[in-house]
Design a protein around this ligand. Structure first.
Ligand SMILES: NC(=O)c1ccc[n+]([C@@H]2O[C@H](COP(=O)([O-])OP(=O)(O)OC[C@H]3O[C@@H](n4cnc5c(N)ncnc54)[C@H](OP(=O)(O)O)[C@@H]3O)[C@@H](O)[C@H]2O)c1
Length: 334
């Protein structure tokens, strides 16, 4: 199967991509190495070759998910040179706790740790995962530019940055991608200046959690489907109070998808990709069926009339709850 492509920098990148976070962290079912390798191989074989990881993705230790990808390259039948590979730094977790760090010294050490875990000489795209409020963005991006000059990364990205930070960063180096949450239940980039700034500056938007962390697929029917160790169990949109309310939106999306002859997940991905040709969604899945279904979203073409109807549906609904628990919301660059 050949997937359509969109640009990141000068590269033609197939979409949708694959988020590999849930294979190693945060969601129920993480850590099943053999089945994860099977999904990675199936993604490779079906042309889904834009993969997204981060050094922080690992329930057991930092670098766990990057090490899984290294295994896919070494013994999982995946040729690294066929993958457009993105990783991220900036969320540090160790024996001394968690912090967001973007000092030039840390940037230099973080890429070396990621490359060692991936067993690779370079990655295609390197993002700052979260903006470090104690380090001027010019210093962080200046350090990333040095990595580019040294051949350790090909493109520079920021994740969860504000418009102001993005504009400052863009004066130091070419920013090629902004990774940010964007989906049927999270449209704030349309009003906070990020979408417009990316259009103006020629920056690809990499839409993360495009399935609303699984909620928009309709597969999560109640809070009882999540264990207390799953990140979502503690996320405001999945709370006792908000879950039933947000399920009403999901039911409407499911009904629309049924009318269109696709699944809710496919509708959610087709909608994201229909918003601008500079957007690539990176849904995450740990299942072969999920992968196949998500890739099938490229065959769902939404008409102008359907997009209008979906927009009216979104405008009529107030999503319950913030994207993250309060401590994580407070850490965001706004
Ligand atoms: N930059 C950041 O701060 C940030 C934050 C979060 C995520 N990300 C990136 O974005 C990627 C995707 O985000 P995400 O994983 O949070 O959320 P997502 O892609 O919106 O949803 C993933 C969830 O949906 C389920 N799912 C996937 N396809 C499905 C389908 N067709 N039908 C039913 N369920 C389906 C998955 O479960 P199954 O495994 O059971 O399919 C998983 O629980 C991550 O892997 C990560 O790379 C980045």
């Amino acid at each position: 199967m050949s997937l359509p492509t969109r640009k990141i920098g000068k590269d033609d990148v197939p979409y949708p991509g694959l988020g590999t976070m849930g294979m190693s962290a945060f969601y129920d079912g993480a850590g099943k190495t053999e089945s994860n390798l099977a999904v990675l191989k199936a993604a490779y074989d079906t042309g889904c070759r834009f993969w997204d990881t981060a050094d922080i993705y690992g329930n057991n230790h930092m670098g766990e998910n990057e090490q899984l990808l290294a295994k896919a390259f070494k013994e999982g039948g995946v040729k690294r040179e066929d993958i457009f590979l993105a990783t991220k730094f900036g969320n540090y977790r160790g024996p001394d706790g968690f912090r967001i760090v973007g000092t030039p010294e840390y940037v230099a050490s973080a890429i070396d740790k990621s490359l060692a875990d991936l067993q690779l000489p370079f990655v295609d795209l390197y993002y700052q995962h979260r903006v470090d409020k104690n380090t001027p963005i010019e210093e962080t991006v200046g350090a990333m530019l040095k990595l580019k000059e040294a051949g350790k990364i090909r493109y520079i990205g920021l994740s969860e940055c504000s418009e102001a930070t993005l504009r400052r960063a863009s004066k130091v180096a070419k920013i090629d991608a902004v990774q940010i949450e964007y989906s049927l239940w999270e449209t704030s980039i349309e009003t906070n200046g990020i979408l417009d700034a990316c259009k103006e500056l020629g920056i690809t938007i990499v839409a993360y959690s495009p399935l609303g962390r699984g909620m928009l697929t309709g597969a999560i029917k109640s809070r009882a489907d999540l264990s207390p160790t799953d990140f979502r169990y503690h996320a405001p949109r999945f709370s006792e109070e908000n879950f039933p309310k947000n399920l009403e939106l999901v039911e409407k999306i499911k009904a629309f998808a049924a009318k269109k002859g696709c699944t809710a997940a496919q509708l959610a991905l087709a909608w994201v990709h229909a918003q601008w040709e500079g957007i690539i969604a990176i849904p995450g899945t740990t299942r072969l069926e999920g992968l196949k279904e998500n890739l099938g979203s490229v065959n769902v073409k939404l008409t102008a009339e359907e997009l209008k109807e979906i927009r009216a549906l979104l405008d009529s609904f107030v999503v319950g709850g913030e994207r993250y628990p309060a401590f994580a919301m407070a850490a965001l660059d706004t």
